[in-house]
Design a protein around this ligand. Structure first.
Ligand code: GAR
Length: 193
């Protein structure tokens, strides 16, 4: 059974979908801990499922490295086989990426390498893109630049706002993320840095 730690910053709707999937007896992975860089709303989903949580508030640390050390310390206690960034809106320090690489994956609301970074949906709209997408990647030292594990195109519709487009992207992200975790767990998908 693959053990998974999930890191979030926000509402955790994708985390919720992963928690639902992982609860099914035939799913080959289990979520062992959920962490956040702030007092994230999404931690409540983990609590509801009886999954341990932790918060490593970014602002409480002197710099990214000190924050990363605390995150690493918390993760270490659970010794996860895989770390999933599900809406973590901060870059991990290189030392932490190196610790888990290539066993860290990230979900992103755009068709990478198009529109990387914190505002993938907004940037696609601002660029006038007629289609965008959802991607699941391996995390490397760059910004959303690691190997692509799964992705799918999603059309931008006339009148789309950042919110309507993002809400159409998220269900696709969820499906891709759950499938990637499943395929990593079964060995169908091999991770390479
Ligand atoms: C998701 O769309 C995820 O891809 C995005 O944050 C959202 C989190 O939603 N992450 C990034 O943009 C990372 N660059 P959720 O909290 O409802 O799961």
């Amino acid at each position: 059974m693959l053990t998974v730690a999930v890191l979030i910053s926000g509402t955790g709707s994708n985390l919720r979908a992963l928690l639902d999937a992982a609860r099914r007896p035939d799913f080959p992975a289990r979520i062992v801990v959920v962490g956040a860089d702030r007092d994230a709303e999404g931690l409540a989903h983990a609590e509801e499922f009886g999954i341990p949580t932790f918060t490593a508030p970014f602002r409480a640390f002197a710099d990214r490295d000190a924050w990363g050390e605390e995150l690493g310390r918390q993760l270490e206690a659970w010794n996860p086989d895989l770390v999933v960034l599900s809406g973590l809106m901060r870059l991990l320090p290189a030392s932490l990426v190196a610790r888990y690489s290539p066993r860290i994956v990230n979900t992103h609301p755009a068709y990478l390498p198009e529109f990387p970074g914190a505002h993938g949906v907004r940037d696609a709209l601002a660029a006038g893109a007629v289609q965008t997408g959802a991607s699941v990647i391996v995390v490397d030292d760059g910004i959303d630049s690691g190997p692509i594990l799964a992705q799918e195109r999603i059309p931008v519709l006339e009148g789309d706002t950042e919110q309507t487009l993002h809400e159409r992207i998220k269900p696709v992200e969820r499906r891709l993320l759950i499938d990637v975790v499943r395929r990593i767990a079964t060995g169908e998908l091999a991770l390479t840095p």
